[in-house]
Ligand binder design. Sequence first.
Ligand SMILES: C[S@@+](CC[C@H](N)C(=O)[O-])C[C@H]1O[C@@H](n2cnc3c(N)ncnc32)[C@H](O)[C@@H]1O
Length: 255
Amino acid sequence: MAVVYDAFAPFYDIEYGHKEDDLPFYADLADTYGDPILEIGVGTARVSIELALKGHQVWGVDHSVRMLELARRKIRVQRDTVRKRIRLVQADMRRFDLAMTFNLCIIPFRTFLHNLTPKQQISTLKSIYNHLTDDGILALDLFVPLHQVLGKSHWRVSIPPEELNSPDKGITITADIRHDPAGQLLIVQNIYHQPKQKPRRASMRYRYVFRYEMELLLNLAGFKVLSCTGGFSGEPYDFHSGMMCFVAKKQLNSI
Ligand SMILES: C[S@@+](CC[C@H](N)C(=O)[O-])C[C@H]1O[C@@H](n2cnc3c(N)ncnc32)[C@H](O)[C@@H]1O
């Protein structure tokens, strides 16, 4: 069955392959809490490959076959030792069973926001809880629903080729974003304009969450929040923060 990111897959690394700001944050957590590590929404393995290059054992879960195909392609060209450190599994973050426990689970790049209802959010967090060792750690980053954005009902963003990972391809991306405040949803439709080809479209939804809503969700699923920062370098979470990074610890006997 096709899933949302299958349509994004051919363009994902063109748009985000050069994103690096989060890598030291997740690598530091990996060094601190140790292997094995579980990445939820591994995508094209941007983060998992970085962790494996640093010597970590990583399992990556994703439900998009297309994204996993690209991840496999990128892993295949790594050194044998690095390749052997990564294992990919096609599964839905809301319900999976790997028959395995991890010291650290990471959900980079706002992937958690693809849970569109409280039921899905809790189901994902509980699935992760069940895959963590007794004092296992969960870390994730999200965008902040900024007050400037919440006042709008729809807007358009254009990304020119020079801001993309492969400017030589001449692709321009237009993102039309619709805001449904009642559902806390941002509905994004990307149009990929490619030279001499028909434009391609891909659409996805994010359910945004507020800081204390996320803390409550984590608590409900059995986690204690250790920190919420406004960036990947421990910046305080404040009025100016465009993102939230959570680190939470599994609590025993809480669910
Ligand atoms: C924003 S991308 C992040 C990819 C990668 N972690 C990175 O940082 O580059 C989100 C990923 O989550 C995956 N995803 C979305 N919903 C999912 C679900 N229900 N179960 C598993 N993976 C999911 C998508 O297929 C996509 O690969």
